[in-house]
Design a protein around this ligand. Structure first.
Ligand code: NAP
Length: 283
């Protein structure tokens, strides 16, 4: 039976640390602020935005929500981003994805000032992550590293296999593991003999987006298994990419879904906003 890595608990610790620092900043008369921009009425995005506002309240940040109609033009959204870039009350800017089809996501993400880009999606921050000289952590991958650290998993020298190569999860995940001296294999939809690759993993990270994708026969006994996936199964229940019931019997440690990587992603966003605020305060 695997040890269950409790993302909720670890995330609560991260948020407690952030809250303690926010209290000190407030005592000096400085209240960090996060602006969250939502365009359109995607129900999942609405839930994410509400959660971010809740997290801001929990750690003591001011949160500024901008809800714009789905017909908002790219120019109007760029105009808002420019205003937020210039607003000293706003330390971090988050534009909730996906955006409506007529707005180019890249154009918007590239317009956010790199110093307020708390999602770390701007090419300048992505480049910094690549060379290992960064202050904004890619939220989900950094949350995974925090979980591995919390259970004392040594990454250096271990074979880490990441399934998925997206810009948001797979690629930055591989980079962070590499910076920690893991030996990293990245798998994707064109990988041949996937199970042969995943069975080599001491640390296996699934970021595919397919329910029950990682089965027990793909996992080396004793591996640490991190499930980034968030999928709805046939009953509408939130599940990960890993066939949890069978894999937890052979893994040494495993993250549940829900209550695993998800809360960590949110906690790291709060930490990034604090980092942004402190950097802007020191300018
Ligand atoms: P994505 O952009 O769709 O990427 C999925 C990756 O999986 C792609 O690289 C794809 O390969 C690969 N893949 C698909 N089918 C495969 C197969 N049969 N064999 C091997 N690889 C395969 O998704 P994402 O944004 O990285 O997200 C992945 C999952 O994590 C989703 O469920 C998402 O909801 C979840 N997620 C969770 C959090 C969190 O906080 N917990 C945060 C972000 C994302 P190709 O590149 O070849 O297409």
């Amino acid at each position: 039976m695997a040890m269950i890595i409790n993302g909720k608990e670890i995330a609560a610790n991260v948020k407690r640390e952030v809250a303690a620092e926010v209290e000190q900043l407030k005592a000096q008369g400085f209240e960090p602020g996060l602006a969250v921009v939502l365009v359109g009425d995607n129900p999942a995005s609405r839930v994410y935005v509400n959660n971010k506002k809740k997290d801001c309240a929990e750690v003591g940040f001011a949160s500024y929500e901008y809800t714009l109609p789905a017909e908002t033009t790219e120019a109007q959204l760029l105009d808002l981003v420019a205003k937020l870039n210039a607003d000293p009350k706003v330390n971090g800017i988050l534009v909730q994805l996906p955006l409506p089809k007529h707005i180019c996501e890249q154009t918007i993400l590239h317009a956010i000032s790199p110093s307020k880009d708390v999602d770390a999606f701007h090419p300048e921050n992505v480049g910094r992550i690549m060379i290992g000289d960064y202050s904004f952590l890619p939220c989900t991958p950094a949350g995974v590293i925090e979980m591995l650290d919390s259970i004392g998993t040594e990454i250096a020298g271990k074979h880490c296999v990441v399934i998925g190569r997206s810009n948001i999860v797979g690629k930055p995940m591989a980079m962070l593991l590499l910076h920690r001296n893991g030996t990293v294999t990245i798998c994707h939809s064109r990988t041949q003999n996937l199970a042969q690759q995943t069975k080599q993993a001491d640390i296996l990270i699934a970021a595919v987006g397919k329910a029950d994708f990682v089965t027990a026969d793909m996992v080396k006994p004793g591996a640490v298994v991190i499930d980034v996936g968030m999928n709805r199964n046939a009953e509408g229940k939130l599940v990960g990419d890993v066939a949890y019931d069978e894999v937890e019997k052979i893994a040494s440690a495993i993250t549940p879904v829900p209550g695993g990587v998800g809360p960590m992603t949110r906690a790291i966003l709060m930490r990034n906003t604090l980092t942004a605020a402190k950097q802007q305060l020191l300018k």
